[in-house]
Write a protein that binds this ligand. Structure first.
Ligand code: SF4
Ligand code: SF4
Length: 70
């Protein structure tokens, strides 16, 4: 199932604080090797920007808004 709204992590900016992993109530993220992993993109709520707002590093964008595929 192709969904075009889910978070894309910029690992160059991400500090590994895991705030996003703990914040998302929909289980989109899991932690892997101390970094967030978008394990369940289909669970992301369309147009939600909750995790982007709370990321202290500005490392979260959304698939519909990034042209390059990480
Ligand atoms: S909140 Fe931002 S900096 Fe922290 S783990 Fe998530 S993406 Fe990385
Ligand atoms: S955008 Fe919302 S639903 Fe999607 S991962 Fe972030 S907090 Fe969870």
């Amino acid at each position: 199932m192709a969904k075009n709204w889910y978070p894309v992590i910029d690992y160059g900016k991400c500090t590994g604080c895991l705030t996003c992993v703990n914040f998302c109530p929909h289980g989109v993220y899991t932690a892997e090797n101390g970094k967030p992993k978008v394990s369940n993109p289909d669970a992301c709520v369309e147009f939600c920007k909750g995790c982007q707002k709370i990321c202290p590093a500005g490392a979260i964008n959304y698939s519909a808004e990034v042209s390059a595929d990480g």
